[in-house]
Design a protein around this ligand. Structure first.
Ligand code: ADP
Length: 478
């Protein structure tokens, strides 16, 4: 099996092979990927630093052409890339293809943005003086990404970084190097000069840590767990560098008595369980007012019974496997805590499933009679596990929704304009959904949260420039 190597300064560089295992079939090796070292990380940063002066002054048409060429290839190959994604991460094939398509759309968007870079000119308070505000690239940007969106997240960090003239070192998650490798290969062949984009696969504690410790990294964009995010933030403060963090969520979906029951069930089941619940925007707290509560729970259980949990590549599969053994054990631990220690009722699922191929299959779990104080309502589980919390009325629902250390996404199902409007204004989340799942967002508008979910400027859309550029104010007397 050919080894997929790291890309450093335009050259493919080998390393110890690591097998990328398919969570839908643990007998299957998706590919062999080189494990990067601390030295690889340092070399990659040095290569990105050396490439920065030329790339930061590169013509806009060059950036536009490379980003659009990459977009075209991703779009043309989205079925194949989606299949690779489904094999290494365990998302269903349609979900994998959709995510690959989204990566293509992100590159299309930033190919356009490269031709729309703007600044501002204003008059000075001093007569005869003009003031210009322009945006310049930040420098070498380190990107550290998780396994749950293995192509979309690298895409939504790489595309704006390159568009704005930065050079990049990407460290993808250990579990899903395949999509990151494919994306970097596409960008290299699209014509990126050597050293502008570097890839170092490997362990967070080795490669990621070496990036945090390298004084030549000017900014870090990280998506992952809260614990690692705090470590990244501390290292960035130490080096006085820019930092952007996207971390966990404990996203509420509020269902009011006046909700359309079908919409409430679909948005809740989709938000909580699709993509195996492994989304930071997943709805893990279903906060339901008492008038609709029992009908809602019955309908969700009926819907869950009809879902097929199976091999991600199999036609008709709704929910693929959990990503690996340790995540599966974490999910099971939380289900046991909810049911046995905290006294919630396990209304459905939670058991391991055997399928034709050996994989990490877990029946989606629905805990009912939960309270917002339970650990399962406060800590991110990151699996197909959701809790139903019964509340009296809208006011209690809103207070419960906001009573969390996180603030990424929040949803409400209601036919009341008054409550929908009030919720949009008063939710303490960065993204609010009305009659839509908490997960599943557009690629051209800002993404990000508040409180413990996010730190630093928003990602995606035009707002991405806040992080990937630094502002210069120039004064001229003419
Ligand atoms: P998850 O639970 O989703 O794997 P992590 O925060 O552990 O979340 O991982 C997210 C990313 O951070 C991965 O690419 C991982 O390798 C990386 N990472 C883990 N530990 C460190 C570290 N000490 N320094 C830098 N990056 C790290």
């Amino acid at each position: 099996m050919a080894l997929h190597e790291n890309l450093i300064g335009g050259a493919w560089v080998g390393g110890d092979p690591v097998a990328n295992i398919n969570p839908s079939n643990t007998d299957e090796v998706v590919g062999e990927y080189a494990r990067g070292t601390e030295k690889d990380a340092r070399d990659a940063v040095a290569a990105a630093k050396a490439a920065f002066p030329a790339w930061s002054r590169s013509g806009l048409m060059e950036r536009h052409a490379i980003l659009s060429k990459a977009a075209d290839e991703i779009m043309a190959r989205k079925e194949e890339l989606g299949r690779l994604l489904a094999r290494e991460e365990g998302k269903t094939l349609p979900e994998g293809i959709a995510e690959a398509g989204r990566a293509g759309q992100i590159f299309e968007f930033f190919a356009g943005e490269a031709l729309r870079l703007t600044g501002e000119t204003v008059a000075s308070v001093r007569p005869g003086v003009g003031v210009e505000m322009t945006r310049e690239p930040v420098g070498v940007v380190g990107l550290i990404t998780p396994w749950n969106f293995p192509i979309a997240i690298p895409a939504w960090k790489i595309a704006p970084a390159l568009c704005h003239g930065n050079t990049v070192v990407l460290k993808p998650a250990e579990l899903t190097p395949g999509c990151a490798w494919a994306l970097v290969d596409i960008l290299k062949r699209a014509g990126l000069p050597d050293g502008v984009l570097n890839l170092v696969m490997g362990k967070g504690s080795v490669v990621g840590q070496a990036m945090l410790d390298d004084p030549d990294v000017n900014a870090i964009s990280f998506t992952g767990s809260v614990a690692t995010g705090k470590r990244v933030a501390a290292a960035c403060v130490e080096h006085m560098r820019k930092v952007q963090l996207e971390m966990g969520g404990k996203n509420p979906m509020v269902v009011l008595d006046d909700a359309d029951l079908d919409i409430a069930v679909e948005t809740s089941v989709n938000g909580a369980f699709f993509s195996t619940g492994q989304r930071c925007t997943a709805s893990s707290r279903l906060i339901v007012t008492q008038g609709i509560h029992d009908r809602f729970v019955d309908a969700v259980v009926a819907r869950l019974k009809a879902l097929s949990v199976d091999n991600a590549l199999k036609e008709g599969t709704h929910i693929g496997p959990v990503v690996d053994q340790s995540q599966l054990e974490q999910d099971e631990r939380y289900i046991a805590i909810g049911r046995d220690e905290d006294g919630a009722n396990l209304a459905f699922g939670g058991e391991r499933l055997n399928r034709e191929t050996p994989g990490f299959y877990l029946q989606p779990a629905l805990l009912t009679e939960a309270t917002n104080a339970m650990r399962t309502s406060r800590e991110e589980i990151f699996g197909p596990v959701a809790s139903v919390i019964r509340v009296k009325d809208y006011e209690e629902a809103l207070a419960t929704a906001n009573d969390t250390p996180f603030g990424l996404s929040a949803g409400i199902c209601t036919t009341s304009l008054k409550h929908a409007t009030h919720f949009k204004r008063n939710s303490e989340a960065g993204m609010v959904m009305v009659n839509l799942p908490t997960a599943g967002v557009d690629f051209h508008v800002p993404f990000g949260g508040r409180k413990g979910s996010s730190y630093g400027p928003r990602e995606q859309g035009r707002y991405a420039q806040e992080f990937y550029t630094t502002v210069k104010t120039a004064y001229t007397l003419a």
